[in-house]
Write a protein that binds this ligand. Structure first.
Ligand SMILES: C[S@@+](CC[C@H](N)C(=O)[O-])C[C@H]1O[C@@H](n2cnc3c(N)ncnc32)[C@H](O)[C@@H]1O
Length: 278
């Protein structure tokens, strides 16, 4: 990884909160991979290969009158992500029962302890959508269920699914770096029932699952919904996240078109996660 070129954006944000929190969420969905909070705002990183000149066009907070945001960007060669993460990645605890932490953090007392070497993949539990998907996995029965984690990022949701008794579990991501990072994290957590697959919805043909978890984004979910539903067993569950409250009608309408039944909504900071029954 050491020779990958990144573009680093240094944002100065006033007022700092909730400006930085909203900005990070929006940048994550624009394709930025990692964030380091600073005294004045946040520095966000994206691989040069993923960057384009209109990368910030959909980041709405930049046009908001509530926040003053200035930025500059530079090309950088980042060589020591571990050191960066060690300084900036705190463990998170979900509902007092599940900790997501890095290998260098102390072992917690929670029932579930997930160790993630986050490097550059989305999925440390810090994002609202990951947090809500963890909550869904914690409160639903995964024992002996076949599970698909679509858009697995670090593999965190697949790992928790296995810890909750799911098997077999497929973890799919189209990003090569996420694919490799998920394999590492699956091994690090001694998971035995997870297969990590590199690809998009086209790799799903012919596969069947009792539960599908997909934390991606509105457009990919809408685009691939038909495929997901075709892979879902009767009475199977579909958990979706990666979109905002405002997106619920279009997501729900698409799910209902494929005869899924809406069951539950979770919400954090305008982000939502939905549960559907087949
Ligand atoms: C929002 S992150 C979620 C990561 C993790 N599941 C979590 O909950 O934290 C979305 C992930 O989906 C992957 N992704 C985006 N579009 C995809 C597609 N069409 N097929 C497979 N993976 C995709 C991205 O590479 C990214 O890792």
């Amino acid at each position: 990884m050491s020779n990958i070129i990144y573009i680093g954006y240094e944002f100065k944000v006033t007022p700092l909160q909730p400006g930085v929190e909203i900005l990070i969420a929006e940048l994550g969905y624009a394709g930025f991979e990692s964030f380091v909070e600073t005294e004045e705002g946040v520095t966000a990183y994206i691989q040069k290969d993923e960057w384009n000149a209109s990368i910030l066009d959909d980041v709405q907070i930049l046009n908001s009158e509530e926040f003053k945001i200035a930025y500059e960007f530079n090309e950088i060669e980042q060589t020591n992500w571990n050191e960066e993460w060690e300084k900036n990645f705190n463990p998170i605890i979900v509902d007092d029962v599940c900790t997501v932490r890095a290998p260098f953090h102390e072992k917690p007392n929670t029932q579930y302890d997930i160790i993630i070497e986050p490097k550059m993949s989305f999925g440390t539990g810090h994002h609202e959508t990951t947090h809500m998907m963890i909550q869904y996995i914690l409160k639903n029965d995964f024992t002996n269920k076949s599970v698909l984690d679509m858009g697995c990022g670090t593999g965190v949701l697949a790992i928790l699914a296995e810890m909750k008794g799911a098997k077999p579990v497929d973890a799919v991501d189209y990003d090569n770096w996420c694919y490799l990072n998920s394999i590492e994290n699956v091994e690090r957590n001694n998971c035995k029932n997870i297969t990590v697959i590199e690809g998009d919805a086209s790799v799903l043909s012919g596969r069947k699952y009792d539960i599908i978890i997909a934390n991606i984004n509105r457009n990919i979910l809408l685009n691939d919904m038909e495929t997901y539903v075709s892979c879902l067993n009767q009475n199977g569950l579909l958990f979706l996240s990666g979109f905002y409250n405002d997106d619920i009608p279009v997501i729900q309408e698409t799910c209902e078109k494929y005869l899924l039944k809406f069951e539950e909504k979770l919400e954090r900071n305008h982000w939502v996660a939905l549960k559907f029954l087949n």
